[in-house]
Design a protein around this ligand. Sequence first.
Ligand code: HEM
Ligand SMILES: *[C@@H]1O[C@H](CO)[C@@H](O)[C@H](O)[C@H]1NC(C)=O
Ligand SMILES: *[C@@H]1O[C@H](CO)[C@@H](O)[C@H](O)[C@H]1NC(C)=O
Length: 585
Amino acid sequence: MEQTLGFFILFLVSISYAENLCCSYPCQNGGVCLTKGFKDYECDCTSTDFYGRNCETPTFSKRIKLWLKPSPLTLHNLMIGNNWLWNIVNNIPFLRGFIMKKVYTMRSDMIDSPPTYESEHPYITLDANYNVSFYTRTLPPVPVECPTPMGVAGKKILPDLDVLVKKLFIREKFKPEPIGTSALFSFFAQHFTHQFFKTDIKRGPQYQWGGHGVDMTHVYGKDKHDENLLRSFKDGKLKVQTVNGEDWPPLSKDAQVEMQYIMPVQEDSKFALGHSFFGNLPGLFMYASIWMREHNRVCDVMKKEHPEWDDERLYQTGKLILLGETIKIVIEDYVQHLSNYNFKLLFDPSLLFGEPFQYQNRIALEFNHLYHWHPLMPDDFNIGGTNYTMKDFLVNPKLVIKHGMATFVDSLSKQNAGAFTVRNHGKYTVNVVKELIKHGRTLRLQPLNNYRKRFNLKPFKSFKELTGNKWLAKELENFYGDIEAVEFYVGLITEKRRPKAVFGEAIVEMGGPYSVKGLMANPICSPKYWKPSTFGGNVGFEIVNTATIEKLFCQNIKEDCPVVSFKVPGFVEGQEKPVDEHGEL
Ligand code: HEM
Ligand SMILES: *[C@@H]1O[C@H](CO)[C@@H](O)[C@H](O)[C@H]1NC(C)=O
Ligand SMILES: *[C@@H]1O[C@H](CO)[C@@H](O)[C@H](O)[C@H]1NC(C)=O
């Protein structure tokens, strides 16, 4: 009897040892959970404007602020509707600037700067700031001792990956992107973001080998060594080769930058590019080529302005100008399309001068995960009247040279991208999403609902509320059992789409802050950089301030200007809804 009791007590003690009360995420509103011995916890509510055991009660002034604050959906609807209102606002510089400043500050205030977490500790460490090999984390990993992989909610074992991928990811029938996004957009997304999403997979998915921001390494090379291989050392320009009367990047034999191919590739298809991945797809090769031409064009302009400058100064200034052009195009063309706002977005760093704002940025693991937009790739491409499959595209950059820059960009502009939704991953990207979900598990990403709360969104109460689709809700319920246990990426892609939008709410309300912070915290946006002299004078500054995606192509193509558009011309919204046998998705 005594022995049994002894065992029983030992059993109880071992349970309480194993328990971490923070596993149930008791602290609300950004309060930090701290265990207190083995059987208690406390919430640190410092500077949250909330108090109480779980930081659940707002202070009086916070209560009023919350009451006045419009919901993200209200703001979204305001921005995508009210055409008449925006027509007025867009044309009054003072109002447009005022609203854009709000966009900058409201979005970037959501991001912790300096960074707080990394993937190896569920609490703050100094490494999170000083060890830049890590992606940062907006929410710390789920502690390893928690009873379920998601904390306390859900099943002990996450859904089988093969079953999950087969049910929710594999594309059977192509679903087109419903607001008319073009394949030119998809490749822009991939090309632009690969400069800062650089997972160091050999070390592990928590590591990265990039510079944590918009540093143009995808055009100029990852380090000084590669930069030097790509430079001609004459008039600031990059090395080129001329084929069919057009300038293209040099062959690998003429600039020995290390490239990485996803399958075997012919020797004469190997080009030297700023990013080792960009030889894998013609769309990426196209962007690499056009930025290379733009750099050399800008160098010519600068040499005329500054005949006194040497190669080095022309090169360095060209780089600054192209970086400025990139941010201008990303905000005013790319994000403009993506947001579908009637408000005209504006790139003007001076709007932030005098505001409390940190000019530093760290790429977050969550940002990388949510940017896996592989469904945006179609299965087939019609290039100048010839049909190509994705298989024809892979490791075949020469297709761009064959058809010429003008035809290629024109064709991609007219090609509908795929919809970001379930059952729409093409054959060649299914494995990428499988690996991604695996990484999310290894790195113990918190469930979707925790991220919704972190970004001021209401947590979903049911699978139906998440998906807006009965069939999908049922599938997810079978997989996860509890809405509080839905994995991050799976939740993002199963979330219902917003009206007139490319994505659901969570992707935009998380991606927006990461993106605005990453763009506006760039050093060129800071007061000492953002002035004409940084860009070689007024002529260079003007190039930055008037850049568009259309000009980028048309100023570097000898023929008539082709169609250059992130939206398929003539596309009428609401015509094509991505539908499959399971209903509208
Ligand atoms: C058919 C076209 C595409 C193919 C074949 C492809 C293939 C791949 C591959 C093989 C990886 C590496 C996966 C790994 O190491 O686990 C990857 C990573 C990634 N892809 Fe794609 N991709 C395509 C299109 C896109 C597009 C349109 C986007 C849009 C933004 C995108 C965003 C990403 C991101 C963010 C990563 C992570 C990069 C990193 O962390 O290093 N991809 N893709
Ligand atoms: C960053 O952290 C990893 C893992 O702890 C370690 O191997 C690496 O040496 C650290 N790097 C620096 C610069 O401290
Ligand atoms: C190319 O594909 C389109 C649409 O899939 C089809 O209508 C057209 O006939 C095809 N053209 C050729 C030359 O195969």
